[in-house]
Design a protein around this ligand. Structure first.
Ligand code: GDP
Ligand code: MG
Length: 442
């Protein structure tokens, strides 16, 4: 399986100290086979390999990170990319109520069950007033099934009226939901065992009448590439907004999940994880990527790799600081880095044992917002001035102030800031290697 192959690969890699380009190639080849074995669509695999190679060459320069961890990270990032990015995308309820959610898909894919699961979730967690309606006029038991699920979950279901067409039921449901002040209306449609024109036409008509905010395709992840083909076919006729993959509880390979997003371009929003009405998970690419890689602690591993990288940069800086070589170029680099990493206090938090400096900086009211201005000031200086700030006399300061569009007082504040930082760093290193800076400089 994908899990076994990848876990085996990572086990082998983690035994090595240094990884050559050949190792990386070999590893990625293995990943390729694993993905194909997992029933991931070929174009998706190709796309993944290209992306992974890009990442691999980009990351190759990070010497501080253990090579095996790097490959894990590359594959993990690539998987997340393929699954649609890190942030889970919750259901969109941004419309005038009743917000309509249309559930489409083949028969037996799990539409009715998932309608109830979603209704329960929106009622319980989002405190929405939800109504469900079954438009499945084909199977007499289908409407009863939804009614029972409504009783089980405590969610209201549009009363059954015999002899109405799906379009008529849709209109009645809309009116009823509007009159009774429902926030959300979930429409459960009929499915067929195979894709056919009549099914598509019916779903398209219902969509036209109800103007859904979300149109979900419910697909059985166990059907692999068939699920992907179903999604593509539906998407051609219906403006789908997202995918819900059911039976993820039995899907060890993850092939459908990996292909779905890449082939259709649609976000996977939820995973059905069992027969119970509570068994619906918000789709989280990070969790799935971790599961596919078969390493429970993958996220921790990736975080560690990222930390090692930050630490190696911080270490280089600390070495300069300790030698008393912290000049204005360094400050400028720091400022830009800090802005990226969430501010001064953020980066200081990454250096172990620098609580004192961190506190000083916090106390000095060092606002993240002035990073850009300060960088601008420094870039208005000559190279020599940046190396030797003592050169900055009144006339030089006036020139720089004009260049950066600030007043001289701001330049003085910046220089004072720099002096304080440089002094603190020097002082810390002078504590003869006992301080964190001294340690790091070694
Ligand atoms: P529909 O024809 O698309 O409405 O499908 P149903 O909602 O009636 O579901 C068909 C069967 O699949 C039922 O027995 C459900 O209990 C089962 N089912 C639906 N979703 C899941 C899931 O996420 N996991 C598992 N294991 N079974 C599911
Ligand atoms: Mg059904």
């Amino acid at each position: 399986s994908l899990n076994d192959r990848l876990s085996g690969l990572f086990d082998r890699l983690s035994g090595r100290g240094v990884l050559s380009e050949k190792d990386v190639d070999e590893a990625l080849r293995e990943v390729r086979v694993a993905l194909l074995e997992a029933d991931v669509a070929l174009p998706v695999v190709r796309q993944f390999m290209t992306r992974a190679k890009e990442l691999a060459t980009g990351e190759a320069i990070i010497k501080a990170v253990k090579p095996a961890d790097q490959v894990v990270k590359i594959v993990y990032d690539g998987l997340i990319d393929m699954l649609g990015g890190e942030e889970p995308v919750p259901v969109n309820l941004n419309a005038v109520p009743p917000v309509v959610i249309l559930m489409a898909g083949l028969q037996g894919s799990g539409k009715t069950t998932t309608s109830a699961k979603l209704a329960l979730r929106l009622t319980k967690f989002d405190r929405k007033k939800v109504m469900m309606a079954s438009l499945d006029t084909r199977r007499p038991a289908a409407m009863e099934q939804l009614k029972l699920l409504g009783e089980q979950t405590g969610v209201d279901v549009l009363p059954i009226v015999a002899g109405q067409s799906p379009a008529e039921i849709t209109r009645r449901a809309l009116q009823s939901a509007k009159l009774q002040g429902y926030d959300v209306l979930i429409l459960d449609t009929a499915g067929r065992t195979t894709l056919d024109e009549a099914l598509m036409a019916e779903a398209a008509e219902i969509a036209k009448i109800s103007n859904p905010t979300e149109t979900f395709l419910v697909a059985d992840s166990l059907t692999g590439q068939d699920a992907v083909r179903t999604a593509t076919a539906f998407h051609e006729r219906l403006p789908l907004t997202g995918l819900i993959l059911t039976r993820a509880d039995g899907d060890g390979r993850g092939g459908a999940m990996l292909s779905m997003r890449a082939v259709t371009g649609l976000p996977i929003k939820y995973l059905g994880a069992g027969e119970k009405v509570e068994a619906l998970d918000v789709f989280d690419a990070r969790r799935i990527a971790g599961r596919i890689l078969g390493q429970g602690d993958i996220v921790a591993l990736v975080e560690k790799a990222a930390q090692e990288l930050d630490a190696s940069k911080a270490e280089a800086m600390a070495r300069k600081m300790a030698k008393g070589q912290f000049d204005l170029d360094d400050l400028s680099a720091q400022l830009q880095q800090m802005k990226k990493m969430g501010g001064m206090t953020g980066i200081m938090g990454m250096l172990p044992g620098v609580q004192k400096v961190k506190k000083q900086i916090e106390e000095s009211n060092f606002s993240d917002k002035i990073f850009d201005r300060q960088v601008a000031i420094i870039s208005s200086m000559t190279k020599l001035e940046r190396k030797k700030p003592d050169l900055l006399n009144a006339s030089r300061k006036r020139r720089i102030a004009a260049g950066a569009g600030v007043d001289v007082a701001e330049i003085n504040r910046l220089l004072k800031q720099h002096r304080q930082m440089a002094d603190t760093f020097k002082m810390m290193s002078r504590s003869n290697g006992r301080g964190a800076m001294g340690q790091m400089a070694k």
